[in-house]
Design a protein around this ligand. Structure first.
Ligand code: ADP
Length: 499
């Protein structure tokens, strides 16, 4: 069905005139002064209907036209605008008053209904907008969404929120003019907008056809100067509409929230860095100092010519120097690796790795640390994992080294792999004393060392590194520890053999 054409107020005047004319043409030939009450009621009905539909102006017009028609066609002397009987004159005045009053009341009702509908539509729009904005995951995303909603509400082609003295983009719709950085013209207009605290318009890129008009609106109550850049010549009436005003206020508040959340994040990062520094100093100073002390003592003893050291003593000093240097190297390289991973400079190069071949390489690498232990490897052929080769090798090696450190000297260590839907699970297990339940929640924290490590040397960084490396490969690590024996499991995305 074709949509009903929208009738304007001018159409209303025409319809009212036609209705009064039609009613007169219909009734005047058959009714006269004796039916004046019925006739007046019919004209009153027409007046009220048009007033309800087109407002008070059309209502007044219809009431006067109807009054004149009643006078002209029904009240003697007929076909003249004069009245013989005073009672008829009173009737005509009364008719006019009732018609005008009725028209006024109905047009008010109509206005109120229209206002209520508009407010309902505004509320629904704002509610939808708020829902969209609240769903945003980051402050930037929230500001982008707010720009989309603002552009829709102001009938703009795009919108951006610019903040700070150099007008950096805090949020924008994705179109090219909105997301483009502020131009020199923008900065000049912004200064004017901040000074006058009123919206302003410029024609950007005047050479272009069609010329593009941009409207700037100041934002208040933010810690830094900020404004909206709306692409389009938005009339003041639109800018002052309740919805746009509500969204402009929301933009100011959202910008302020984004600033506060940035500040909180920065404060948090500083606090974390401070905490990291303190923990680093207290945990590592011992790990760095004690091997250095041992090396220094061994070297000083060897250099002491007043003592005649036996060959065994000398070998023992040299062994100390070697093992303590290894320990120092391990600590320093763990620290460097941790700061590299934490600094976000490591870009994993993910590739398809065949697990059985990876296990062969790892077995060769860890063989010297295993001594006489039984090392059981079961990597079924044809299982492929998607990971960074270097990171994954290092993570598994760390787990094997831990198994060596924390399990009984002759206890076997197993390295195995099996597929799960979409994943490959790689486990390193030992038959050591296991991990006390109170240690389990903290194992992967930086610098955390078990409560019962005794004399076993370590920095508490090994498992934190394992977790960071595995997560960079898109995987996760978990631990199971029965009263005896510990099993660490890496879960990584599986893949197919490259063609
Ligand atoms: P470190 O070995 O330097 O102490 P890690 O981060 O590698 O640091 O390990 C953290 C803690 O986890 C260790 O101190 C230890 O208590 C516990 N742990 C790790 N691996 C094992 C294991 N295979 N068996 C028992 N405990 C373990």
């Amino acid at each position: 069905m074709a949509p009903m054409p929208r009738l304007t107020r001018y159409d209303g005047y025409a319809v009212a005139a036609l209705a009064v004319a039609a009613l007169t043409a219909l009734l005047a030939p058959i009714l006269d002064e004796r039916h004046i009450v019925d006739v007046s009621l019919l004209y009153l009905l027409v007046t009220l209907v048009v007033a309800a539909r087109w407002g008070y102006g059309v209502g007044i017009f219809t009431a006067i036209a109807a009054d004149l028609c009643v006078n002209f066609f029904y009240i003697p002397p007929l076909h003249r605008f004069t009245v013989q009987e005073p009672v008829n004159l009173a009737g005509l005045v009364l008719f006019l008053c009732v018609a005008l009053f009725g028209a006024y009341m109905l047009s008010r009702l109509r206005e109120q209904a229209a206002n209520a509908r508009a407010r309902e539509a505004e509320t629904a729009f704002l509610l939808g907008a708020t829902r969209e904005i609240v769903r945003a995951e980051t402050p930037r995303q929230a500001l982008d969404r707010l720009c989309e909603v603002l552009a829709r509400a102001a009938n703009a082609r795009g919108c951006a929120i610019l903040s700070g003295p150099s007008l950096t983009i805090a949020g924008a719709t994705i179109d090219e003019p909105s997301s483009a950085p502020a131009t020199r013209d923008d900065i000049a207009v912004a200064k004017e907008v901040f000074r006058t605290d009123r919206p302003a318009r410029i024609t950007a890129a005047p050479g272009r056809k069609p010329a593009r008009t941009v409207t700037f609106v100041p934002l208040h109550s933010t810690g830094v100067p900020a404004l909206l850049r709306l692409v389009g010549d938005i009339p003041n009436k639109k800018l002052e509409s309740a919805v746009v005003q509500a969204l402009v206020n929301e933009a100011s508040a959202a910008l302020e929230r984004a600033r506060l959340s940035r500040e909180a994040e920065r404060a948090n990062a500083l606090e974390r860095a401070d905490e990291f520094k303190n923990v680093l100093l207290s945990s590592v100073s011992h790990d760095l100092r004690s091997p250095l002390t041992a090396i220094k003592a061994a070297v000083s003893s060897l250099r002491d010519e007043s003592v005649d050291w036996s060959a065994d003593d000398r070998r023992s000093f040299l062994e100390t120097i070697e093992s303590q240097s290894d320990r120092l190297t391990r600590t320093v390289s763990n620290l460097l690796e941790m700061s590299r991973l934490e600094g976000g400079t490591v870009r994993p190069s993910l590739e398809a790795i065949e697990v059985s071949l990876l296990f062969e390489d790892i077995s060769l690498a860890v063989a010297p640390t295993l001594g006489a232990r039984k090392f059981v490897v079961s990597g079924p052929p044809g299982v492929w994992v998607r990971a960074d080769y270097g990171l994954l090798t290092q993570a598994i090696t760390n787990l094997i080294e831990n198994a060596v450190k924390y399990s009984v000297p002759a206890g076997p260590i197993c390295l195995d792999a099996h597929g799960a839907p979409g994943r490959v699970l790689i486990s390193v297990s030992d038959s050591g004393p296991g991990i006390p339940p109170e240690d389990l929640p903290h194992l992967f924290e930086k610098f955390y060392r078990g409560k019962h490590v005794g004399t076993v040397i370590g920095t508490g960084l090994g498992l934190a590194l394992v977790r960071a490396m595995v997560e960079l490969c898109g995987g996760s690590v978990s631990v199971d520890s029965a009263p005896a024996g510990t099993r660490f499991t890496l879960s990584l995305p599986s893949t197919v053999a490259p063609q």
